[in-house]
Design a protein around this ligand. Structure first.
Ligand SMILES: Cc1cc2nc3c(=O)[nH]c(=O)nc-3n(C[C@H](O)[C@H](O)[C@H](O)COP(=O)(O)OP(=O)(O)OC[C@H]3O[C@@H](n4cnc5c(N)ncnc54)[C@H](O)[C@@H]3O)c2cc1C
Length: 652
């Protein structure tokens, strides 16, 4: 495999990045230390239910309950043909496609309600529908396609021609710079000839249409094409996984496949940008589906913790399990709140949701996974037992083990956890790089540095003091009642977040981009604050509309925020007091084989071991890249004491 320098990977990612912010973003402002509550509050109204939507939702729910057997789908590893036919007949493949192109024209919020329902029931069908319309042909075509392309393909997709999205390759996971699939123009320029291998394309074995990313000459930039799988030279092989057993996922091989020029989506070389923009809204399916899964877990835990008696009491009466129930309920409320809030933002012209979509994808999939894990534990041995086995013994077939097998991949596809963090971290430092980037750029000339210094002085002279001064302890946000104190915390924490990013630039300078642990903590803080404000805003909305469960919602929001505050304080503390340097150097020692003594006494990988070592690739030895950092913003600063006056405990 060709060795690709890290700088090349960065360059490709930078070129695909949307550099401009034309609309507002709550998280972008938060990273700059500005808490714009007006962007997330009042919490969106419940839209008046459109008749077209409620009819579809009802029939979809009936269909799931009466016609779909998730256990059989998991067991056979196949989608029953009649299920696919019925999904197509009811328009499920065109939920997000506008009505003028034959779709149902659902809004993001409506679509997400369907996905939440589906996520609570069958992950295989969730993945099928999501891959088709969130990242498959319909979404990029709606965003970047010509009118001719839309007229040609969208009605087909809405009617049930399944599609998929093919970016990943054996050597390309999170790093598109390594792409080897090529699309060479024919001599007459009327078509492209596609060659290469794509991996793990969801829906690949069922799809009629694919969006394929390939490098086009002369500069080898990535372009996006619509490819008919019936074309000559397309070979497909099914892949199988620990979960999502029915996923029609394929390795695709293209041998001299001729793709007409009119199948190019957008401009040549814009493919990666198209993929990233597509994913901005495409990523919103998983947050809704995982919120649905969390709700399902909550029901299982509640019922089982009441029913199961051990040591003289229902297990839910034992403190350890009661605490888990409380955390699952509070997290479920938070997951619903952020997912719905972000979907609503996606429906409105006012927002650029690229950061919020990444945050809610990352946050909900992580929480969703933790909840499934806790649910499995609460069910005890039954959590580990299959539905069929439970049923055979006369017990209710509650499929937590299936949920667990199906859930883990949510943290890998549509952007792995690490890549979501990196994506958000890049935007977190963006303003500082624009203002002072040249100052820390070792390649910048003296003149460039002098100019940047003037620019930085002008910017930071105003910005920095205002990140200290605020009204964080003033009795603001009174309209939020007892939840106001959490908002005051968010207000203080957001300013501290802005300052910490700036301090990180000062301390780590050009090395900041390598300091993933530092950057990821900042991102974690921002995600936590976002989830907090979403829950508060939602609970307040429920209070204002005199919802029956308004009191319970306030309690959920309060409990959730209490836990989140501790998490935020701990992340702030760890920014400057941690073992990052030691961990990195031990990680490098493990990598170099110094600790293979720990691997003795096992069977091991045997003859496959060499295949997992870098063979023909030169691994860049980064060495110990960390230097000790001084604490410049102690977490015990009054600005971040919580309202009870507890300062974060320092780790020794
Ligand atoms: C069930 C399933 C369905 C899929 N469906 C599709 C699909 O429809 N279309 C498609 O194109 N792809 C699909 N994929 C591929 C999926 O998007 C990739 O698996 C994902 O992008 C990660 O790539 P990778 O597996 O090669 O991991 P790698 O990129 O090799 O990463 C391995 C690990 O290293 C981490 N890592 C990578 N780079 C960095 C970095 N710079 N800093 C820190 N950590 C890093 C990753 O987070 C991960 O933990 C699917 C995968 C699966 C398993």
């Amino acid at each position: 495999m060709e060795h690709i320098e890290e700088s090349k990977s960065r360059q490709v990612a930078e070129e695909a990045r949307e550099a401009q912010w034309k609309r507002e973003s709550f998280l972008r402002d938060l990273f700059l230390g500005s808490f714009r509550i007006d962007l997330v509050h009042p919490y969106p109204d419940r839209p008046v239910e459109r008749r077209e939507f409620s009819d579809f939702y009802k029939s979809f729910e009936d269909f799931l309950v009466n016609r779909v057997d998730p256990v059989a789908i998991d067991e056979t590893g196949e989608y029953p043909p009649e299920v696919l036919t019925e999904l197509a007949a009811m328009g499920a493949f065109g939920m997000k496609i506008p009505t003028e192109y034959g779709g149902l024209g659902l809004t993001h919020r409506e679509y997400e309600r369907v996905m939440e329902l589906l996520g609570s029931y069958d992950a295989n069908i969730t993945a099928l529908l999501s891959a088709h319309q969130s990242i498959g042909v319909p979404q990029p075509l709606q965003l970047f396609g010509t009118e001719e392309q839309k007229r040609k393909y969208l009605p087909r997709c809405a009617a049930g021609a399944i599609s998929g999205f093919a970016l990943t390759e054996p050597g390309v996971g999170s790093d598109p710079a390594r792409m080897t699939t090529t699309a060479e123009p024919t001599p007459d320029g009327r078509a492209f000839v596609l060659n290469g291998t794509k991996l793990w394309c969801t829906n690949g074995t069922l799809a009629d249409l694919l969006v394929v990313m390939a490098k086009t000459p002369p500069h080898g930039r990535i372009s996006a094409f619509i490819v008919e799988t019936a074309s000559q030279g397309v070979e497909r092989r099914r892949c199988h996984f620990m979960g999502l057993k029915a996923l029609a996922n394929a390795e695709l091989r293209f041998h001299d496949v001729v793709v007409p020029r009119e199948n190019l989506i957008g401009a040549e070389g814009q493919g990666l940008k198209i993929a990233l923009v597509t994913l901005n809204t495409g990523r919103l399916t998983l947050p809704a589906a995982t919120a649905g899964g969390a709700k399902a877990c909550l029901e299982i835990c509640r019922r089982w913790s009441n029913a199961r008696v051990q040591w003289g009491r229902p297990i839910g009466k034992h403190e350890a399990i009661a605490h888990k129930l409380a955390d699952i309920a509070a997290s479920t409320f938070a997951m619903m709140s952020v997912a719905e809030l972000t979907a609503d933002m996606a429906d409105r012209e006012r927002y650029d949701i690229r950061l919020e979509a990444a945050a809610v994808k990352e946050w909900n999939t992580v929480r969703g996974w933790q909840i499934v894990d806790e649910t499995l534990g609460i069910r005890g041995g039954r959590g580990f037992e299959t539905e069929r086995s439970l049923e055979a013994r006369g017990e209710p077939p509650v499929g937590v083990e299936r949920m667990m097998r199906d859930s883990r991949v949510n943290r890998i596809f549509e952007g792995s956890s690490e890549i979501m963090h990196l994506f958000m971290a890049r935007e977190a430092v963006d303003t500082h790089l624009r203002v002072a980037g040249k100052l820390i750029d070792p390649k910048a000339t003296g003149r460039e540095k002098a100019f940047a210094a003037l620019k930085a002085i002008a910017f930071y002279a105003v910005w920095y003091p205002t990140r200290w001064l605020g009204w964080g302890f003033w009795p603001r946000f009174r309209a939020f009642g007892p939840l106001a104190r959490h908002l005051r915390f968010i207000d203080r924490a957001s300013r501290k977040l802005g300052r910490s990013i700036f301090h990180g630039m000062l301390v780590h300078r050009a090395r900041l981009e390598q300091r993933q642990a530092f950057l990821f903590r900042l991102v974690n803080i921002a995600m936590e604050l976002f989830a907090m404000v979403a829950t508060i805003s939602r609970a307040t909305r429920m209070r204002d509309e005199k919802h029956d469960a308004a009191g319970e919602a306030r309690q959920m929001a309060d409990l959730f925020c209490r836990g989140s505050r501790r998490t935020v304080i701990s992340h702030f503390h760890d920014l400057w007091h941690q073992d990052d340097a030691i961990k990195y150097s031990v990680g490098q020692a493990v990598l170099s084989g110094k600790h293979t003594w720990l691997e003795t006494g096992i069977v091991g990988l045997g003859r496959y071991a060499d295949k997992l070592e870098p063979s023909n690739e030169k691994v860049v030895q980064a060495g110990s890249r960390h230097s000790r950092v001084q604490s410049i913003d102690p977490p015990t600063s009054p600005a971040l004491r919580d309202d009870q006056g507890h300062a974060a405990r320092r780790r020794s």
